[in-house]
Design a protein around this ligand. Structure first.
Ligand SMILES: N[C@@H](CCC[C@H](N)C(=O)O)C(=O)O
Length: 263
C-alpha cells in the first residue's frame, strides 16, 4: 500500500500530516508511525498528526498527535498550528478553525502569510521554586531558568531531568531558558519527551516558559517573545493571580513537501 503524506514545520518542529478521514492509518500501529517519523528509514519528523472527522458539534476537525517514538501523546502546540495550515490547504477551513485535541477544544486563525495563532488551555497550577518551574500547558513542562542556554548539552541535561525519579512515571519535556536584554524576550531550548532529543522548537514548551516567566516576575509583559533554534514565536495571555487565561501561541506554519510512501 502507498500512503499519501504531507510534511509541515512550525519554527523547525516538523510533522508528518495524514488526512485520516477515511481511517487509512490505525492509531495502534506504533511501529508504522515510528517508521514514518524515522529520519533514515522513513519521512523524518518530530511527530505525526492525523486529521480526523470531528466528534464535537461545531468543530472543523479532530487532532490526534503521536510523538516520533510512535506513541500517542499529549498536546502539541506547534503541531496544532501546522494542522490548521494543513486543514486550510485541504479546503476544510478558510481563516478560522475550531478543533479538539487530547487536551480539549482549541480555536485558531491563519493569515495569508501562514502565521497561525492558536488558543491554548488555561493554566492555574504552577509550581515555582527559584530557577525551576513545572506546569502543564496541554503537555507537561519542566523549566530551568539559566544564564548560559547556548552552552548547554540539552540532550544530556534534558534526559537527566526527564528520566529523574521526580518524573519517572510519565516523563516530562524540559526547557532551558535565558532572558535577553529585552524585558519581554527569552531564548528557549527544549528537550522533548517522545523524541528523546532537543527539537528546534516546542509550542507547549514556549507557552509554559512565557507563563512561568511572568508568574516569577521575570517579565511584566503579557505578550512574551520566544527565540528558539528554529525561529521566533510569541505567547500572549491574560493573567489574574495564578490564573492564566486567553492564552495564545503565535508563529509560522509551513508546508515543506508532500509525497507517497510504501508501507
Ligand atoms: N512539540 C510539541 C510537544 C509535543 C508533545 C511532547 N513531545 C510530549 O510528549 O509531551 C509542541 O509543540 O508543543
Amino acid at each position: 500500500m502507498r500512503l499519501q503524506f504531507f510534511k509541515y514545520q512550525g519554527t523547525g518542529n516538523d510533522f508528518v500530516m495524514i488526512d485520516n478521514r477515511n481511517n487509512i492509518v490505525s492509531k495502534n500501529d506504533t511501529k508504522l508511525i515510528n517508521r514514518l517519523c524515522d529520519r533514515k528509514f522513513g519521512i523524518g519528523a518530530d511527530g505525526l498528526i492525523l486529521l480526523e472527522h470531528p466528534d464535537a458539534e461545531g468543530d472543523d476537525f479532530k487532532m490526534v498527535y503521536f510523538n516520533a517514538d510512535g506513541n500517542e501523546s499529549t498536546m502539541c502546540g506547534n503541531g496544532g498550528r501546522c494542522l490548521v495550515a494543513f486543514a486550510k490547504m485541504l479546503g476544510i477551513i478558510e481563516t478560522e478553525a475550531n478543533f479538539t485535541a487530547i487536551d480539549g477544544p482549541h480555536k485558531a486563525s491563519i493569515d495569508k502569510n501562514d502565521i497561525v495563532n492558536l488558543q491554548m488551555q488555561n493554566v492555574s497550577d504552577i509550581y515555582q521554586s527559584g530557577n525551576i518551574a513545572f506546569l502543564d500547558t496541554g503537555s507537561p513542562h519542566h523549566i530551568v531558568f539559566t544564564d548560559n542556554v547556548n552552552e548547554l548539552d540539552v540532550k544530556e541535561e534534558g534526559a537527566a531531568i526527564r528520566y529523574s525519579t521526580d518524573y519517572k512515571e510519565k516523563g516530562t519535556n524540559v526547557n532551558f531558558v535565558e532572558k535577553t536584554e529585552a524585558e519581554d524576550t527569552f531564548i528557549v531550548r527544549t528537550y522533548e519527551r517522545g523524541v528523546e532529543d532537543e527539537t528546534l522548537a516546542c509550542g507547549t514548551g514556549v507557552t509554559a516558559v512565557a507563563i512561568a516567566a511572568h508568574h516569577s516576575n521575570r517579565t511584566k509583559a503579557s505578550e512574551v517573545k520566544l527565540q528558539v533554534p528554529g525561529g521566533s514565536l510569541s505567547v500572549s495571555f491574560k493573567a489574574d493571580g495564578n490564573n492564566y487565561q486567553d492564552v495564545w501561541l503565535k508563529g509560522p506554519a509551513k508546508l515543506v513537501f508532500k509525497g507517497e510512501i510504501a508501507c
